[in-house]
Structure formats: structure tokens, C-alpha cells
Design a protein around this ligand. Sequence first.
Ligand code: ATP
Length: 308
Amino acid sequence: MEYILTTQDLCKSYGKADVLKNVSLHIPKGAIYGLIGKNGAGKTTIMRVITGLQKPTSGSYSICGIENSDSDIQNIRRRTGALIESVALYNDLTAYDNLKVQFLNLGLSSYDRIDELLKLVGLDQTGKKRAGKFSLGMKQRLGIAIALCGNPDILILDEPINGLDPQGIIEIREMLLGINKNQGTTILISSHLLDELSRVADNYGFIDNGKIIREVSKEDLEKSLRKSTVIKVDDVKKTVTCLDNKGLEYDVGKDQSINIYSDNLKASALVVELAESGIEVLNITQQEETLESYFMNLISDKKGAEDA
Ligand code: ATP
């Protein structure tokens, strides 16, 4: 596997507060890597460190194989584009002129790509409208276009869908999928909106309290999301005894539904077996664990292990 960006035991402390604790990330070339964690987990700090806005307290990172201690890192950093925290726009300027300013900042003399970039982010019809009058979604898209001005190999986006309405979220999602697919740009994107992230990311890093608790590909994640069968029965107590006898893992919900965790449970056989014990199954559905509950389980497993 070729990694375009890695971090090795990255630590960042502010005074006595250890915000990043031995963070080791592996971002494959061409991936959309979703960094998932609750508010305050350390996502922005990772991004600030790898974009050079802040220095790590210890540990290292490398971009395109160049370590941060190497003097070449400044040149390599030009191959990254980032949108971290709020979008810095010139509100009095049009989308075109905002991009022109960024081209000038980057020392690019030809503005040929500006129209192409505006089209890519769906802002090619905004004409003379000033950025200050844009919707939040449009501002985010303009921010992403600014990050793309240097034609980066890696796009780093901190919570780009925060605060957007459902339509805005869909637009950003489709745009990112297009950029990744058509330009081959690797994207590192953070979010606490897990289910939304699962619609774009193909690799994940789960972060909690400054620690990476798991890195996993979408493929492996899908395999490990637990499948369950949810039943409603006329006698919960009797059913629980039956499930215990069969050695099945389950939990009973507040509404008295029983969630049985098993990848290969045959629903029809279960109904027959329970019927033989005098239990009537009133309703039966199959479901897959959500990313949300997978993450919550990961955190609680970790806490359990640390408390033990
Ligand atoms: P959010 O989703 O809320 O943006 P996050 O996962 O991006 O959260 P960070 O912004 O990286 O989290 O913050 C991680 C922790 O570091 C927080 O507890 C935050 O208060 C703290 N922190 C961040 N920047 C500083 C700073 N400059 N000085 C002190 N503490 C800081």
C-alpha cells in the first residue's frame, strides 16, 4: 500500500494539556480518508500540525515520503491544499476574484484554471455576486476551490459540511467524490457526522481524546459492522432464557424488542425454535450496526480496557 501522508507517534500539548497522544495515521494515495471523532477529540489539531500551522511537540509526519524534519517539506507542502476551521474569503469580491487573489498568493501568473475550478465547485454561474452574499454552502465550496488553486495532490478539509443544510451537504459530498475520482486527489476530511462521512470516505481513522483508536478501510469496516436480528415477542422473559440456552449474544431494548447479534442467524429457524418453546414472534427484522454505534462501541471498549 502506498501512503501519501503518514504521521508517526505525533504528540501535541498545550501547557499541561496533551491534545494529541502518539497519533499514527496512514493515508493511502488516492483515498478519501475520514477522520472521525467527537468535538474536541483532536481532529483540527492534527490538521493544523500536518499543514505546518503548528509544530508537533514530538513525533513526526511525512508527506509524499518527505519527513517534516527535511528542509524539502516546505516545497512538498505546496502539494497540499487545506480548508481548516472557517473559510477566509474576501466578502467584497466575486468568486472569480477570490480565486484570482489566491492565484496571486501562490505566484501563479495564468488565470486559465479559474473558470475550470469554479465549474468544478458549481460556482461558475455566480457572476458579479459578491462572496459576502453567498449561502454557507456556496462559501464552503468557494473555500474548497481556494484550497484547490495550487492543484494539490492532497486536499485537507476540516468539517466542511458543518452547519450545512441537507442540500448543501449533498452538493459538497458529490463534489468531493468527483474531485477524488476525476483528479485523483487524495482527500483527508474530518467530521463528527459519522453517517454522512460514511457516504464519502473509503478509509477511516477513529480518534477519541487525542488517540487514534482504529484505522480501517471501508471494506474491512463493512465486514466488522455487526449484523443483528431484531424480534418482538409475546414473552420476553421466556425468550431470553431460550437465547441464553443457545449461547446467543443479545440485548433487550427499552421497547422490549430483542436485538440478537449474529451474522448467520437463520430468521425462519429461530421463529420455529421459539414457537416450539411456546413463544410467538410478533415481528422480525434484520439490521446492520450503524457507524455511529460502531464508534460508540469502540470508545467504550477502549475506556473499558483503560479502566481495567
Ligand atoms: P471540533 O470538532 O470541536 O473542532 P476537534 O476534534 O477538531 O474538535 P481540536 O480543535 O483539535 O478538536 O481540539 C482538541 C483539544 O485541544 C480541545 O480540548 C481543545 O480545547 C484543545 N485546544 C485546541 N487548540 C488549543 C490551544 N491553542 N490552546 C489550548 N488548547 C487547545
